[in-house]
Design a protein around this ligand. Sequence first.
Ligand SMILES: Nc1ncnc2c1ncn2[C@@H]1O[C@H](COP(=O)(O)OP(=O)(O)OP(=O)(O)O)[C@@H](O)[C@H]1O
Length: 571
Amino acid sequence: MIRMLLRVLGDEYAKPMRRTVALMTTTAVVEGLLYVLLVPVLRALFGSTPSDAWPWLIAFAASVAVYAVLRYTSDLSGMRVGTTMLRGMYHHLGEHLARLPIGWYNAGRVGEVSVMASRGLLAAMGVSAHLLGPFISACVTPLTIIVVVTAINLQLGLAALVAAPLVVAIQVWTARSMAANDAENTQRSNEASARVIEFLLAQPVLRAGGRSSERFSLLDDALQGVERSSRRQTLSVLPGAVGMTLTVQAVFTTLLVLGTYLALGGGIGVAEILTILVLAARSADPLLSLADISGKLRGARAELDRLDKVLRTEPLPEATRPVRPQQSDLEFDSVTFRHGDRVVLDGMSLSVPQGLRLAVVGPSGAGKSTLLQLLARFYDVDAGAVRVGGVDVRDIDPEVLMAQTAIVFQDVYLFDGTIEENVRLGRPDAGEAEVRAAATAARLDEVVERLPGGWATNVGEGGAQLSGGERQRVSIARALLKNAQVVLLDEVTSALDPANETAVHDGIERLMAGRTVVMVAHRMRTVQRADRVVFVSGGQVVEEGSHDELLRRGGRYADFWNISLSPVGSE
Ligand SMILES: Nc1ncnc2c1ncn2[C@@H]1O[C@H](COP(=O)(O)OP(=O)(O)OP(=O)(O)O)[C@@H](O)[C@H]1O
């Protein structure tokens, strides 16, 4: 477990962790040894001069004080290591996530990473802050006590020692029977969380379609699944807990009977027998809590496993000698790319000379968006090469590639901050005049004028305070501010009202001026602004030429527009 923690976090935490474990072990041993002092105390109390007990009582009190200080220090150390690790883990995870390919971030990841960053990291931190100390105490203190009992009386020590393999066997058996239920419970909880999120996000659609109750029953089923698996999980603990209680009781009774027998035969004194019984009673608590602590440790381990899996996901390889492209022409050279088993691009070749605009048209699912994503290196190709300025994108420093590429997608995500802060993301070191100029060029100034807080208006999480078209203008202003030589557009105007569409078209026109552009197009108006058009289908370019040429040719492209402009398919 600790090895796993250190692997996830890095070796810099090994030293404080080892120190904490040593401190916790010492504390547990001292706790066990402490009670040896009861023997002289009790001997004196049962002897002819009870006042002889005083020095031993003082020694006992001093030992208790030493134990209390040790306990405080080791708990504090565990807490400190836990919080330092938590900070370290956040940094480690944050840095790693920032290096992972953007293609890794599909919809499911958001839930997975957010659960990991909250529940997972807290559970992992809890290992050293809350679980390690009690776990070490539950294992080491009873063992120390057995050693002490053996030192006082060999027969009673051996009787107590018989319990050790029994306790281990019960632990292993309980852990096995709980493991399957733990996994099922985690899976059911994750499913239920996903259903809750789906149910909340889909409220507008569900209400419009009158399907709320239908989807609620799915959510209800998921929640009932959690209830059932939680019940099974609780029940799976019971045999182990009962077994452990019976074992502890049996050992206690054995020690009591054997101790009384030995005492009656004069083999052991009353002080010794009382001390042994106190020690036996003292071992009961940590032993009984062992099952609970082990369960929590297993839960934390499962969270760490998930974290470890993400941390072991390799970022896209970076070039050892990165090349900076001097031009902005684009090229797909026999590119093959798969999403899982599905071949999306199958040996595709195309090129875009510097400063020209290419429109990509094709049926849904043909791989148009994927083509843009490969140009921005969200993924690496499976075969062939994607080149910018004649340089393979894998040989370009990712930051340089990103600085050279402006991307405007249909779905724009804005951060919870002011409009100005959101535009500035395009180039954080831009001057105020440059930010305003970009905003004006994107016709964002019209939006800002209407807002009560002007430039300082907070856009809310995800840009919820703005309409789709207004968010789109922020995104275009960002791209304009970035002043990148390559512009990638993923049909940005298809869902806008006429006023916003005109404004966004104006902004896009300014953004495209003098730059190399690839635009995914679903609308004739967008395509007509391109210098060249490719029609993609089946993972390949099937037709290429200007809009008018392709229409005249009467092939797939012409069919595509004829269908989409027919009364049923028209916009
Ligand atoms: N993250 C992903 N994981 C698995 N498959 C994916 C992923 N993204 C896209 N695909 C699949 O790759 C294929 C191409 O998707 P892409 O989004 O590039 O198509 P498109 O031509 O842009 O479609 P549309 O016009 O409908 O947006 C589709 O079959 C899609 O299901």
